[in-house]
Ligand binder design. Sequence first.
Ligand code: FHN
Length: 686
Amino acid sequence: MKIRILPVLLLLLLIAGCRQKPVDYLNEAKADKDARMEWWRDARFGMFIHWGLYAVPAGEWNGQTNHAEWIRESARIPLEVYDKFVGQFNPVKFNADDWVKMAKDAGMKYIVITSKHHDGFGLFDSKQTDFDVMSTPFKRDILKELSKACEKQKMTFCFYHSIMDWHHPDYLPRRNWETTRSTEGANFDDYRVYMKAQLKELLTRYGKLGVLWFDGEWENTWTSDYGKDLYNYVRNLQPDIIVNNRVTVGRSGMAGMNEAGEFSGDFGTPEQEIPATGVPGADWESCMTMNDHWGYNKNDKNFKTTEQILRMLADIASKGGNYLLNIGPTADGVFPQESVDRLKEIGTWMKTNGESIYSTQASPFKNLAWGRCTQKKMTGGTRLYLHVFDWPTDQKLVVPGLGNNAIRAYLLSDSDQEELSVTRESGSLSIQVPTKVPDVINSVIVLDIEGDPAVYDTPVISSAASIFVGEAEVSIKKSESISEIRYTMDGSIPTAASAVYSSPIKVTETTTLTAACFKDGKALTGNSSYTVTKVVPVPGHQVSQAKPGLLFNLYRGEWNKIPDYNGLNPNLSGVATDFSLANKPADDKFSVDYQGFINIPADGVFTFSLSSDDGSKLYINENLAIDNDGPHGATTKAADLALGKGLHSIRISFFEGTGGNSLELLWKTGNGKSEPIPGSAFFYYR
Ligand code: FHN
């Protein structure tokens, strides 16, 4: 039979043409991204689920009880021992419909569950490996059941997927203690092929997904180029999917954001923390545990209260972010009862007040003394949701610096929407509210105003420190140029006849300043008040034979706060002249305790700034001056201390859990710039 070449060539060309060239989504048009992100921005609230083999040991190993999803690493469990959990994972009480219903009833709009955590174990039926749920006695595709339950209950289904994989032979680096686990033949590119093959299974067999939440991107084998490639790979499989910033590198630790201008996925991921002022113009989601662990830890009873959770939800929404709240299910396949209880209480509040969270935008106010604010555009104006944590005892809720006319106000929990009286009091609106507090956790008042919010921030009164020795200089600043600042120094409320602020004010005694912005003889803002207090410095000492440097003790161990050093034997001791952690034994799991004296050059108020990842504490003259303890990313706390010339005892304690580690102690006096304390300022004596 004669084969006619032309049609065959045409067919081959046709097939080649049909196999679409992958789309490059890295420079997606803003309008397209906005359309893709809309449901996620409206959702504001989701459930995180960390579940896997680690639920079997439930945080305990060899008498230690502080483990969780990191247990294979933190307890240094060899692969062959950890793999035995596969034969023990049998969550017979698991019910996907129940889980999804609890999330839905709590007002959560999406669920992000670990398809694979760092241990490499798949909660789904993967053809790429036997290290998955189908090799357990349970033999059911958990993600498939959850996918169906989410579809049935109209819950958006999402996956967390770890780039870091402590199980796959091609993943590198190994754990630093896995000295006998060969890396021979390990090929990271082959690992990337494996990871993509699993992602293709997840993105083609479990329905339409909302988010791919990558994690474990911080090891030196992952790169920005790999991240961009993976982002495009995932988007080409599900073009509308949303991908977090941990698909690539460059995240600022637990603060979770990337430098502007770098490729950073679709949203930032602050972890266990809330950005202080939100991140205007950026999409971000704070993820948090409900207790102190992501994976189930049967001993961890330190659950956040429902009040804490609901107020964090309002705080996050008021800053334009999403809240991803974690559940760590047990090995039986149920949520811990403490989580179930909180979800129910959260759901009760959300049932009444959810509209003040969903589809809202960030607050127009810099801060509100009594709570938070979210807002929505409405025809002819703006709807403000005033989240009142501290109900006014005088029944007057003051909304400071709001220039708009009020249309109406009512309690969101009042189905009759009975109007509340709103009056203008100089630069503020004052709402007459009932004596009875509608909700002790967060009472929401709806305030409809004409037009877009016109907010005049109260002036900011500041000085180098709130205490002073000798004299202090106080400044007052405002955020607009249409008004003038008027102030008093006797605690009284400023009027149009009060002194006009023109330059920093010197005070030599304890003084309270009160200020407001005025325009055309009328107050435009609320009042700010600030007190500077004159103090006597703590006298310094002279310690003869003092030598340069600080004594330090270094301890290896796993903590989620600074340990009690009594009874611990240091792994290393010595003298240090800085906090570079030069002697750290590894990147994770250690604590250092520095002790000695600091030389204060002259009487004055010194502002100490202590920055660390994870926790730290500063003691001066045996008093706790700064408590920056706990598992967190690089976080800074400061304290003002009045100290006399001479030596003062100093102690800095620090611990590193997992992830990044850093420690820095700065100081400044007066309006100077905070700088690292020179090593020459430290002395020890023994
Ligand atoms: O190492 C993980 C940790 O186990 C957990 O999954 C959190 C949740 O965001 N992410 C990493 C720590 O930053």
